[in-house]
Design a protein around this ligand. Structure first.
Ligand code: SF4
Ligand code: SF4
Length: 170
């Protein structure tokens, strides 16, 4: 297994990343309603065309302001983790005022052992917890309070039975 260390990239406007060919956040793995049309659960945005957004100039604010964790200035995630290449979307969240990360399944592969180990090391080094939403299950990594909070949240969403089969801590 190759070891990957996550380090913040440049915050400089001149070297800022772009989405390029990636359309992953429009591909139906995030839930949203765009001008009355729902996307999510693998159903892409109604306005997505093969070469990109079909309503780019009039896309809603939700789309204009969305920046995934790979794209954000200063992202610690490597260049080759662009969501369309790696198969999941990275999202930044806040837990108790601190950054936490969600790696969300986006219709391809579950994160590799290499990615999971890099995330684990990143959480140990920074204290930033993370959640990996795999195709059929969730993994949470962080201090016990974080795990408890995620457990509670999951119970509210899924109920006890669904949860016991799908939430794991590591
Ligand atoms: S997932 Fe990230 S890199 Fe891909 S299109 Fe959306 S914002 Fe851009
Ligand atoms: S409206 Fe355009 S940018 Fe927004 S989700 Fe749909 S295809 Fe993507």
């Amino acid at each position: 297994m190759n070891e990957v260390t996550l380090t913040p990239t440049s915050n400089d406007a001149a070297t800022r990343r772009g989405c390029g060919e990636c359309r992953t956040c429009c591909n139906g793995w995030l839930s949203a309603e765009i001008y009355g049309h729902k996307m999510g659960g693998g159903v892409p945005c109604k306005f997505l065309k093969p070469d990109g957004c079909g309503i780019y100039e009039s896309r809603p604010e939700l789309c204009r302001s969305f920046v995934c964790g790979w794209l954000k200035p200063g992202s610690p995630f490597p260049e080759n983790w662009r969501p369309d290449k790696i198969g999941f979307i990275i999202r930044e969240g806040l837990w108790e005022g601190k950054t936490c990360w969600l790696l969300q399944y986006a219709g391809k592969e579950d994160p590799s052992a290499e990615v999971m180990e890099a995330m684990r090391q990143h959480t140990i080094a920074t204290g930033q917890p993370h959640i990996i939403k795999k195709r059929y299950s969730w993994l949470c990594y962080g201090k016990p309070e974080f795990q408890q909070a995620m457990l509670k949240l999951s119970q509210e969403i899924m109920g006890e039975m669904g949860l016991s089969k799908s939430l794991f801590f590591w």
